[in-house]
Design a protein. Structure first.
Length: 277
């Protein structure tokens, strides 16, 4: 009959030495990709730590920016996947991901609106206490985030995928090759997946411009119109601050825009001809 081995005493227990987690290295350089780096640095100071423990508005600001940066990272990875899917002719999944990216831009707009939960006086006082500012006196605060600037550029650069999607090459002489291919695609409807993908790309453009327009209005509410105009010392009716330039710049997809304009004119002409003929 087998005998049960004696239960080890507590003194015989195997102890495993677990090394402490590595200290978090925080890049506080001006080129840091983390928009919250300055906040994290100052929140470690005793006087600011006391402010953190007693003031709810500081938690709101910190949490808002952490959520924002998290979704910006998601957007970066999604854009890379969209580019890869287009290059591998997986237009259906690329189309689905384009609409997801559009929704992320809309979500970023809602996240920024969380600043409205803060008391304006508290926010402006904290802004000065933490010395929150941009690298340029003419830039709005959102441009502190290099990652936000990066996904803006990446979203805009998706326009370079249009000729490949349409199966043509850009005419070096400036001919309307891409526009003609788009007209043919829209008119004959022989590839619905490509149409949905192109629509998704333009939906991303609309969401990007909507984000910056909303951010400009948010700055007016939280800090006043001077901050919304990029901290310019003077403004005129013709002045174009950096935020306004983003949502008022020409379309990212001129060939698609021209194709739709042509089709609109075509159907308008057909309608007039039908009634007059």
């Amino acid at each position: 009959m087998a005998t049960r081995s004696p239960r080890p005493s507590s003194s015989n227990k195997l102890t495993v030495s677990v090394p402490p987690p590595p200290a978090r290295v925080l890049d506080l350089s001006p080129a840091s990709d983390t928009a919250c780096a300055a906040y994290e640095h100052y929140l470690r100071l005793p006087e600011i730590r006391e402010l953190w423990n007693n003031k709810e508005f500081n938690r709101t600001l910190f949490t808002t920016h952490q959520i924002l940066e998290s979704w910006i990272y998601v957007a970066q990875q999604l854009i890379k996947r969209i580019e890869s899917e287009i290059e591998s002719d997986d237009f259906e999944n690329a189309s689905s991901d384009c609409y997801i990216l559009e929704q992320i831009w809309k979500l970023l707009t809602k996240i920024e609106d969380l600043h409205l939960l803060m008391d304006p006086d508290d926010f402006l006082r904290l802004k000065n206490q933490l010395d929150i500012k941009t690298t340029s006196e003419t830039e709005p605060l959102c441009f502190r985030s290099k990652s936000l600037i990066e996904i803006t550029k990446l979203s805009k650069n998706l326009r370079h995928k249009v000729p490949y999607i349409l199966g043509v090459e850009v005419d070096p002489m400036g001919g309307p090759v891409v526009q003609e291919a788009a007209i043919k695609l829209y008119r004959k409807k022989h590839n619905a997946v490509k149409i949905h993908l192109l629509q998704g790309l333009q939906a991303i453009e609309a969401a990007v411009k909507r984000f910056y327009y909303s951010y400009k209005q948010l700055l007016v509410v939280m800090m006043g119109s001077l901050e919304a105009k990029g901290n310019l010392g003077f403004t005129t009716s013709d002045s174009r601050d950096s935020l306004t330039q983003i949502f008022l710049e020409p379309t990212y997809f001129p060939s698609l825009d021209g194709a739709k304009t042509f089709l609109g004119d075509y159907w308008s002409h057909e309608r007039r001809h039908r009634y007059t003929g």
